[in-house]
Design a protein around this ligand. Structure first.
Ligand code: NAD
Length: 529
């Protein structure tokens, strides 16, 4: 059977910082953003700027004394206002012709493309991303906007159902309603834009609850969506504390759809909460939760070690391991273990650690002090159930900022926290196995199932991995991070997520409700037209 054609949309190229003009543009953008540091950002409720008593300070993780911006912190009263405004806006936005909604996304993509350096520079300062990572975050956001615009064209064309004489059958999709978008800080541009744009193009109105660590980017993205033609009351900006405003939106009886990306603990609590209707709630809430990973890369006995080492390095340490897709386990066949370890250790030692505002930085800071505490504790505890093979000496780290050097563990106890729990930092655990089967078994022996990789030259082993590796995104002979919109739709299963795929052909459907209409066309007693 012929496969239908893949959805085409304009792909956005990554920056090429070897080009001096692009480097100069980026340096200029860092300067521009630098001049706006410390500004105050109000809530945006139905287009109105709302200031509150409390403010969230968003700081530069490389220079915590530098406040990137202060975001108004929403409380219960502001949440009620935002939900009421969203509920009011819902019917009008849902009735807006789908072509207009699609056009707004395309306009937003254009605006973001024009301002890509500025947004990426802000990501460098607000969440400590090195240049290339920051650029990729913005590029992914542009692609989500264009991709979901194209995907909505397909959805709007509708689906055929059987017709029989005497009846006219229709199958159409309607929006769910008020949607809370609860976003993480680690892809503050891409993930927030992706979730919001998908909800909006399908006719839902959105309340944006950004992560506490990245509210400034979220403010500017909200403004950009307004500028692109999305009404101010159809997308509202509501920063606040997760356990307060996030949890409040999840439980709110008027919020029908929750799009969440973040940790397993919070995702599971959301799934639990949506199963309990609140008084006054007359529908079942729908939650899409995308959670963490404990991702493994397998290096087989015949693997190309040059490629495997490079791939492991990128997968484990880019953005300091603070990607849900990051590798935290390297499972190595005993035939190559002893050759691989010294080379990998040398490569890790060579990573350039520093301020991500500098173009040569390979490893920037962790997001905040809490992350440094968590990873430090995990390394100390890991030392009791494994051998610490390498840890970056603290003298090599910048004096200021939330820096944490990379660490490698060997002889890791397979049941230990190091082997089982998501760490979200630059720590890689190494495992020695006797066969490819053992490698796969070990790779699958975790709660998570997000990404995974295999370096092997054996077609039968690669095929075996395709069939048995329990991950949502499997990568063969390449790094396991960097999924591209429309090309590698992204998302996990097991305890990593519900199996939905951001940037994939099915994503939009779950944000709507299919409605069936059947009309009796025999029309007894009705005048014929
Ligand atoms: P987090 O779960 O701490 O926070 C995510 C969001 O949830 C934030 O906006 C936060 O304020 C909010 N929140 C916190 N408590 C809440 C509650 N009780 N109810 C409702 N909302 C609440 O996660 P994080 O630290 O921002 O992000 C890192 C995590 O995200 C990692 O586990 C990572 O693997 C995961 N992640 C997953 C994907 C994916 O696509 N699967 C992508 C990126 C990040």
């Amino acid at each position: 059977m012929a496969k239908p054609a893949a959805l085409e949309f304009p792909a956005e190229p990554f920056a090429n910082f070897a080009d001096s003009r692009q480097r100069a543009a980026f340096t200029g953008a860092l300067g521009d953003v630098g001049r706006e540091l410390g500004a105050r950002y109000p809530l945006l409720i139905a287009g109105e700027e709302v200031r509150t008593q409390q403010w969230l300070a968003s700081v530069n993780p490389a220079h915590p004394a530098q406040v990137v911006g202060h975001a108004a912190q929403a409380g219960g009263a502001e949440m009620e206002r935002a939900v009421a405004a969203a509920e009011h806006a819902q019917p009008r936005w849902a009735a807006t012709p789908v072509d207009e909604r699609i056009a707004s996304l395309r306009k937003a993509a254009g605006l973001l493309r024009e301002r890509r350096w500025w947004f990426a520079a802000l990501a460098v300062l607000e969440v400590g991303k090195p240049w290339r990572e920051a650029d990729a975050d913005v590029v992914e956001a542009v692609e989500y906007l264009d991709y979901y615009a194209a995907a909505m064209e397909q959805v709007a064309a509708g689906k055929a159902v059987l017709q029989r004489p005497g009846e006219a059958n229709q199958y159409r999709y309607v929006p769910r309603g008020v949607c809370a978008v609860i976003a993480p800080w680690n892809f503050p541009v891409a993930i927030l834009t992706g979730m919001a744009s998908a909800a909006l193009v399908t006719g839902n109105v959105v309340i944006l609850k950004p992560a506490e660590q990245s509210p400034v980017l979220a403010y500017h993205l909200t403004r950009l969506l307004h500028e692109a033609g999305i009404p101010a009351d159809a997308v509202q900006y509501l920063p606040g504390l997760g356990e307060d405003i996030g949890a409040g939106l999840v439980r709110h009886p008027k919020v029908r759809l929750i799009l969440f990306t973040g940790s397993k603990a919070v995702g599971l609590s959301i799934l639990q909460a949506v199963g309990q209707p609140e008084p006054g709630q007359r529908f079942l809430k729908h939650a899409v939760v995308e959670m963490g990973g404990k991702n493994a890369v397998i290096v087989d006995e015949d693997a190309d070690l040059d490629a495997a080492i490079k791939g492991a390095l990128v997968s484990a340490f880019s953005y300091g391991g603070q990607k849900c897709s990051a590798a935290s386990r390297l499972i190595i066949h005993e035939a190559v273990y002893d050759r691989l370890i010294p080379r990998l250790t040398k490569a890790v030692e060579g990573l350039r650690i520093g301020d991500p505002a500098s173009p040569d930085c390979e490893l920037g800071p962790l997001i905040d002090e809490e992350a440094v505490r968590r990873v430090t504790a995990a390394i100390a505890q890991g030392g009791r159930s494994a051998t610490l093979l390498y840890q970056c000496p603290s003298g090599r780290l910048p004096q200021e900022g939330y820096f944490m050097g990379p660490a490698l563990f060997a002889d890791v106890d397979r049941a230990s926290a190091l082997a089982q729990q998501e760490l979200f930092g630059p720590v890689l655990s190494l495992f020695r196995v006797r066969s490819f089967e053992e490698a796969l078994e070990l790779a699958n022996d975790v709660d998570y199932g997000l990404t995974g990789g295999v370096y092997s030259r054996s077609p039968s082993h690669l095929q075996h991995a395709i069939e048995a590796f329990e991950v949502g995104n499997l990568y063969l002979n390449r790094p396991i991070t960097g999924a591209l919109v429309g090309r590698q739709p992204f998302g996990g299963y097991k305890l990593s997520g519900l199996g939905t795929k951001a940037g994939g052909p099915d994503y939009l459907l779950q944000l709507m409700i299919p409605k069936t209409i059947c009309e009796n066309t025999a029309r007894h007693g009705m005048p014929l037209e």
